[in-house]
Design a protein around this ligand. Structure first.
Ligand code: ADP
Ligand code: ZN
Length: 440
């Protein structure tokens, strides 16, 4: 059975959604031009006036905003309302540099929480569910967003935040949590701790998990589903655009519907800025057409993915985005070859390893070194050195086939790679440190 939080919007005909977008876009561009000096200057530089934007077909005329603009304008330069109208600040995790802050009016919070509520309902959530929110709370948007969404659905909400995993599992059992929300890497860790406690998926009542905030693969989905006995759903978002819930997965579990009544999505060529036709892979760009306090237009997310309208069995009509392949700035260029951490994860899980791995890249005498550290299980760890060496060789071969370059594979002791309660640290690129030093 398909459930919706707001069926008339989630399943509206495509033409109706276009109509809503056109109307809101025209109003929003005018509002931003009048209220946000920073963006007005960008539009003036480009010679675009609000009157030039009559529908989404004119979107390409507007200037882009980038993370650099957000840092330039920090903290108040992109505010769309007086500060007295704002009720909340959240901040990015700072995965790729200095944090940026975003502001919210009460309407912005309501809109964001509704997006999260749509995601929870799409994952089968109802007012009879107990929803354990194990994303971090605080400035990070994960906890507060899903917490608010859970309230809107009417679930009994367990605001656990991340960490203290044994206690998470204890509460999960005592209070019969049926839905868990956290990062996928933390879900994997919860599965490991469950196992260590001598428990299995049969000892908990979870039926669904809503996982996002970092890239994860299909293989990781299957392993989480098995470990926790659940259906695992993806959720996507970013602080700049509101937080989690910008897009969410439905029962079809193959791509996320973007909440198009609030956000217009485009895919561009990251090098030229040209808008690409539907179905082509490129950088995702969002225009917020409802937000008041932090109304970003044409914000470049740096996330690489594909957008497509599909006839989804869930009945929703909103365009779907594929799992982000990684960020354009997450892509490693090692010895001239493009490498995404997600490719490595796919190979590892296919070959029966865990998703506990770390990639270390360095530069020695002008040549890139490329090391992949992979944890093995207790049973594998008791194998002979000869067997382990053969496994390393085998894995290096499979990675070479996937990536086109040869990594040095190191199988390491179970539990030796640091676990994350939030976003996992997959890549240590020591070359960047060198570049920074040279800049001085
Ligand atoms: P930061 O950019 O500092 O990590 P955020 O905490 O706002 O800031 O994280 C947003 C970013 O997290 C997105 O731009 C995207 O790269 C990543 N992300 C969020 N959800 C997902 C998801 N479901 N799959 C892959 N990546 C995701
Ligand atoms: Zn769907």
């Amino acid at each position: 059975m398909n459930n919706y939080f707001r069926q008339e919007i989630e399943c509206a005909p495509i033409e109706k959604i276009k109509e809503i977008q056109n109307e809101k876009l025209v109003r929003q561009v005018k509002r931003v031009y009048e209220n946000v000096e920073y963006y007005r200057n960008l539009m003036d530089e480009k010679g675009v006036k609000p009157e030039d934007i009559k529908s989404t077909d004119d979107l390409h005329k507007l200037p882009f905003l980038t993370k650099a603009d957000l840092r330039d304008a920090y903290p108040y330069g992109l505010l769309g309302t007086p500060l007295s109208e704002c009720v909340r600040i959240q901040s990015t995790s700072g995965t790729t540099g200095k944090r940026v802050v975003a502001f919210y009016t009460q309407n912005d919070i309501d809109l964001w929480e509704e997006c999260c509520a749509r995601a929870i309902v799409a994952a089968g959530g109802t007012k009879d569910d107990v929803c354990q929110v194990a994303y971090g709370y605080g400035l990070f948007t994960g906890g507060p967003g899903l917490n608010g969404g859970s309230h809107k659905v009417g679930c009994l909400t367990l605001p656990m935040s991340s960490g203290n995993t044994e206690r998470q599992i204890q509460f999960m059992r005592d209070l019969h949590s049926t839905i868990i929300c956290c990062t996928p890497s933390y879900a994997v860790y919860i599965g490991e701790v469950l196992h260590k406690m001598g428990l299995t998926a049969d000892d908990i009542d979870l039926k669904a998990g809503i996982f996002g905030a970092e890239p994860w693969t299909e293989e990781m989905r299957q392993s989480i589903e098995k470990a926790l006995g659940i259906k695992a759903y993806d959720i996507y978002g970013l602080t700049e655009i509101s937080g989690p819930g910008v897009a969410f997965e439905c029962s079809a579990q193959n791509g996320m519907h973007i909440n198009e009544d609030h956000f217009i999505a485009e895919i561009i060529d990251p090098d030229t800025g040209e808008v690409l036709p539907e179905g082509e892979k490129g950088e995702l760009v969002f225009t917020c057409i409802d937000k008041e306090a932090f109304p970003l237009l044409r914000y470049r997310t740096r996330d690489i993915c594909v957008l497509k309208h599909v006839n989804c069995p869930c009945g929703r009509t909103h365009i779907k985005m594929s799992k982000p392949l990684g960020r354009s700035d997450d892509m490693l260029i090692i010895r001239g070859v493009n490498v995404f951490p997600s490719q490595i994860e796919t190979v590892l899980l296919k070959m029966g390893y865990t998703a506990n791995y770390q990639i270390v890249v360095d530069r020695v005498s002008s040549t890139d070194t490329f090391d992949v550290y992979v944890e093995i299980s207790e049973e594998q760890f008791s194998d002979t050195v000869k067997e382990l060496t053969a496994m390393e060789k085998n894995l290096a071969g499979a990675l070479k086939t996937m990536l086109g370059i040869n990594p040095a594979v190191h199988l390491v002791q179970p539990g030796s790679i640091a676990r994350s309660e939030g976003k996992a640290v997959r890549v240590i690129d020591k070359r960047k440190l060198i570049d920074n030093v040279q800049l001085k």
